[in-house]
Design a protein around this ligand. Structure first.
Ligand code: RB5
Length: 150
């Protein structure tokens, strides 16, 4: 379970035009799971540049104001590249429940990236639910994270 769950944990969510529709769908889904969602844009399907929205979400996770972030673009790749430039962010591009669970248990991922052009809505919902509920295992996995450096 993500730290802070049950105490109105805030999740920052952002997308570019390629992920806009999925962002809107996931916002409702995540609220239904009992989390507070902070929408960092974009606001419609007009073409935008994904780094702007990756930065908006990553800065909130980096600052500690939000325990987790979710970023969606067409492939999920650009979002994950930008988010992982922030030292306190561990962004994971996930395509299924297995990678979503392991990204939490082994990598303590605090940003989930999704590709709206490669992942269907139902799978995206399952990924998000598993990701939010999985717990970091610590131990040897923390030792490995400590070796990341900046
Ligand atoms: C936009 O066409 C697309 O490049 C973007 O959504 C994303 O897939 C980038 O990684």
């Amino acid at each position: 379970m993500m730290p802070g769950q049950g105490t109105a944990m805030k999740i920052a969510i952002g997308s570019d035009h390629g992920g806009f529709r999925m962002k809107e769908m996931l916002k409702e889904f995540i609220c239904g799971l009992g989390y507070e969602v902070d929408d960092c844009g974009c606001q419609n399907e007009e073409s935008v540049d994904y780094p702007e929205y990756a930065k908006a979400v990553s800065e909130k996770v980096q600052s500690g104001s939000h325990a987790a972030g979710i970023l969606i673009c067409g492939s999920g790749i650009g979002m994950s590249m930008v988010a992982n430039r922030y030292p306190a962010v561990r962004a994971a591009l996930c395509h299924d429940e297995y990678t979503a669970r392991l990204s939490r248990e082994h990598n303590n991922a605090n940003v989930l990236c999704l590709g709206a052009r490669v992942t269907g809505d139902g799978v995206a919902q399952s990924i998000v639910e598993v990701w939010l509920q999985a717990e970091f295992a610590g131990g040897r996995h923390q030792r490995r994270i400590d070796q990341f450096g900046n």
